[in-house]
Design a protein around this ligand. Structure first.
Ligand code: FE2
Ligand code: FE2
Length: 378
């Protein structure tokens, strides 16, 4: 919220905004209201009803070469059996980020590191989770008895309430992946439950990879098996190779979005909607030399550079990035992306757009270069 006492907004002088001039009689009245757990609305109206969203979060970047070292140190310092989950939490560089354990807005994120032969004990929570695999080999997760193998740049779901445990096979290599959850949202809604499974790991109840193999084709819907009746995507894992091919194919026939280059959502193939109910995710491809137009929208976005190098300008701040750097775009901040590399750049991202859409408050605006809004000094 802007401090109207320090920076009065000239728009607040107009009819329709709070513009009461205080006097001793009013001050006494405010004191009296305070003794009754009450307050004068006009004293706070302009602050709690800003002209437009004012994010409490900052554009923040986490460099993978720094974060990777910290994740590897955590492996030596704590066992996953004791930590529950050995995760380095990404905290937004803001008071709100540190207070809410938020990477940005309603979103939580962390880097989870596991070495060969380790497991994360089975549990579930109301918060939905998703994972983006950054490095390693032999990682797997088990979601409600379905085992799913995980490879680099794969996008994986753990829908809310599902039992899940993770591990890296004995013959695998140390794995690091990014977790994305809606923990700040669940805590704000006061709906966050957590439970521990009676055994360290779940019994596999289905053939390995049965869900992605059954539902992983957008064009072919399986028949002759029990109908999927859950409110989230049955695919569970979206493979990197298929994701990249889908973007390459799209680029053969489309110029893509002026704001995002070629961009595709990880969707529930049965509905075309988001894969999870509270969080969405995209992969986008920026062709060499592409400099997107600036836009802004409600909702928060956390990016992970799947491949390539470039920079983004977010709320006037330039953030240079390369593979597996992570950065965020807070709500209603102007942003644009630039690919400075010689090949395509791929940006994975996850967001809280499904919440914004469900509440009817997903609002987007393109930069009007004639309006006086300028995204940044480059
Ligand atoms: Fe979990
Ligand atoms: Fe955007």
């Amino acid at each position: 919220m802007s401090d109207t006492a320090i920076n009065p907004d000239p728009r607040d002088a107009q009819l329709g905004r709070s513009r009461v001039v205080d006097n001793p009689e009013l001050e006494a009245f405010y004191g009296e209201l305070g003794q009754h757990n009450a307050a004068a609305f006009w004293k706070r109206a302009n602050a709690i009803e800003p002209w437009e969203p004012e994010s409490r979060y900052s554009p923040t970047v986490w460099r993978y070469d720094e974060m990777r070292d910290l994740c590897l140190r955590a492996i030596d310092l704590v066992r996953p059996e004791d930590a529950g989950r050995r995760v380095v939490v990404l905290l937004n560089d803001s008071e709100a980020g540190r207070a809410n354990s938020a990477v940005c807005g309603w979103l939580f994120s962390g880097l989870q590191a596991m070495k060969a032969g380790e497991i994360t004990p089975a549990h579930n929570h109301t918060a939905s989770a998703q994972r983006f695999i950054m490095e390693g080999a032999g990682a797997y997760t088990v979601v409600d008895g379905h085992e799913i193998e995980l490879g680099g740049n794969d996008y994986v779901l753990t829908p809310n309430g599902c039992w899940h445990d993770h591990g890296v096979s004995v013959s695998g290599k140390t794995c690091i992946w990014q977790d994305g959850l809606d923990i700040p949202l669940m805590n704000s809604l006061e709906t966050n439950f957590y439970a521990v499974y009676p055994e360290p790991t779940q019994t596999r109840a289905f053939p390995a990879n049965d869900l992605p193999l059954s539902y992983g084709s957008v064009a072919m819907k399986p028949e002759g098996i029990p109908a999927w009746d859950k409110p989230y995507s049955p695919v569970m894992v979206y493979r990197w190779e298929a994701t990249r091919d889908a973007l390459w194919n799209l680029a053969k026939v489309s110029d893509g979005s002026p704001f995002d280059g070629h961009i595709m959502r990880y969707s529930n193939p049965l509905t075309g909607g988001w894969a999870l109910q509270t969080m969405g995710a995209h992969m986008q491809m920026l062709k060499p030399g592409l400099h997107t137009k600036a836009h802004r929208h409600t909702g928060n976005v956390v990016y992970n550079v799947a491949e390539g190098e470039g920079y983004s300008v977010i709320g006037g701040k330039r953030i240079d990035w390369k593979q597996h750097d992570i950065f965020c775009v807070p709500a209603w901040m102007w942003h644009e992306h630039v690919n400075t590399g010689s090949g395509e750049a791929f940006l994975f991202s996850f967001n809280d757009f499904p919440v914004m859409e469900a509440l009817g408050v997903k609002i987007e605006q393109a930069l009007d270069t004639n309006s006086g809004h300028q995204p940044a000094a480059l």
